[in-house]
Design a binder for this molecule. Structure first.
Ligand SMILES: C[S@@+](CC[C@H](N)C(=O)[O-])C[C@H]1O[C@@H](n2cnc3c(N)ncnc32)[C@H](O)[C@@H]1O
Length: 433
């Protein structure tokens, strides 16, 4: 009931409720820009606004959200598990098989009275903000807004406020996973590019971390926040076209979760290589396209498997890499000319079943992100590409989402972070001889 209330309030916000026609399908819409909400009035409020996405909108109705008590900040705690992982990863390069220790299941979760994961989910809070848009041509399909300006299948994820909330939440999840904004060892950067920046939350936080750097976030859609640090700006562009950025100019280029959207990774990596400074870094992060359990609790008939299988099939039918792995990422970076390629592989629990506190928190956040996430990734691909009726596509996504509440299945996917350095001028000259 709470989720329904949340969905309806969110849908009313963007003019989707009552639904025009939920079963089908395509309707071209032109929306006036959203009136921006007032800016955050204090640094603390700004931080909070930048943080945790909009978890609370996923848990409680909008009015209640504003009166709730402040959330505990989810500051990552270093654990020996991840340090061990990193060390092992470094040791094993360039081996393609990365060792990931099994995640221990929390036995205490079975003692809780709740049937699902309610107690593990309590305590998150955040705010949201609307973005004014100048390129306000969208496609309304199955109740969600999609990008059309550079082509309808460019971004197969929606871009509405519901999706923006999910992107911000995922940003917090990845921060928690990495214990920071990036792994690449950049020092005093002066120019940073975020390709496919989404809401721009990574670019904004990186601009705060490096106030001396000029940070540019680039995306197909102008969905970024208006209130940004003075050293951060956003541009609308298609990353698959020729880059207009100055050659050899960025200390760090960041690419995160564009997996299902890019036709030609080789070309994109070559463009990124051109605009990276000699000695500068690329950092590329992707979620894997497969699901796993360490203790055989992921049965073959688990709906999560069907959802992942459909995803992989649909992406392959679009002619894009069906399942991006660290092997593929390593390969693309090497072919572009990058050196010192480092690979990190993280287990990414889909629910709060792990015993480890930080992984449990990540699982809890993933469970919430999944409330809209499986639909966000699945609906366009399953209906447009696989040709499923929207009811069937909806069922596959919904079943997968509900399956994550089953405490007996301890499911995770992989999160890959690969970073690499562009050779210095001296190194390039030496290699040329
Ligand atoms: C899943 S979101 C990830 C957003 C952001 N990188 C993050 O991790 O928070 C994918 C984003 O990539 C953008 N995108 C997809 N294809 C793109 C392209 N060809 N050029 C620029 N942006 C693109 C989409 O518009 C969307 O905002």
């Amino acid at each position: 009931m709470l989720l329904l209330t949340w969905y309806i309030t969110g849908a009313m916000d963007i003019g989707l409720w009552p639904p025009h026609n939920h079963r089908s399908n395509k309707l071209q819409l032109s929306f006036p820009p959203h009136p921006p909400r007032p800016p955050p009035s204090s640094p603390a409020q700004f931080k909070r606004f930048c943080s945790i996405g909009a978890l609370v909108r996923l848990l409680i109705p909008r009015d209640a959200a504003h009166s709730s008590t402040p959330a505990p900040h989810c500051s990552p705690t270093p654990t020996s598990l991840l340090l061990l992982l990193k060390a092992v990863v470094n040791e094993m390069l360039p081996n393609t098989e990365l060792y990931s220790p099994a995640i221990e299941v929390d036995p205490a979760m079975y003692d809780e009275e709740d049937l699902g994961y309610e107690s593990a989910l309590s305590g998150y809070d955040s705010d949201t903000m609307c973005i004014a848009s100048t390129m306000n041509e969208y496609l309304l399909e199955n109740g969600r807004l999609y990008h059309t300006y550079y082509g309808p299948d460019k971004n197969i994820l929606p871009l509405d406020e519901i999706e923006q909330d999910r992107m911000d939440l995922c940003h917090d999840i990845f921060n928690l996973m990495l214990e920071g904004l990036h792994l690449a060892p950049v020092e005093s950067p002066t120019r940073i590019l975020d390709v496919g920046t989404g809401t721009g939350v990574w670019a904004i936080q990186v601009a705060e971390e490096y106030p001396q750097a000029e940070v540019i976030g680039m995306d197909l859609s102008p969905i970024q926040r208006e209130w940004v640090p003075p050293n951060c700006r956003f541009e609308v562009d298609d990353a698959e076209r020729d880059f207009t950025y100055q050659r050899n100019s960025f200390d760090l280029v960041h690419v995160r979760n564009l997996g299902q959207c890019i036709d030609d990774w080789e070309r994109l990596m070559s463009e990124i290589y051109q605009c990276t400074k000699p000695g500068g870094y690329i950092e590329w992060c992707e979620l894997g396209g497969t699901c796993h359990s360490d203790d055989n609790t992921l049965a073959d008939n688990n709906p999560t498997k069907l959802w992942f299988d459909c995803m992989v099939r649909a992406v392959a039918m679009l002619g894009r890499p069906a399942s991006i792995t660290h092997i593929l990422m390593h390969d693309f970076l090497e072919r572009a000319g990058f050196v010192d390629i480092e690979v990190a592989q993280y287990k990414h629990p889909l629910a709060p079943w792990p015993k480890d506190k930080r992984l449990k928190q990540i699982g809890a956040m993933n469970l919430i992100a999944g409330v809209t996430g499986y639909h966000a990734y699945g609906m366009a691909l399953f209906t447009r590409v696989l040709g499923f009726h929207s009811d069937m596509a909806d069922k596959i996504c919904r079943d997968c989402q509900v399956a994550q509440f089953d405490k007996s299945a301890h499911i995770y996917t992989f999160y890959y972070v690969v970073y690499a350095r562009k050779p210095t001028r001296d190194e390039a000259a030496a290699n040329a001889h």
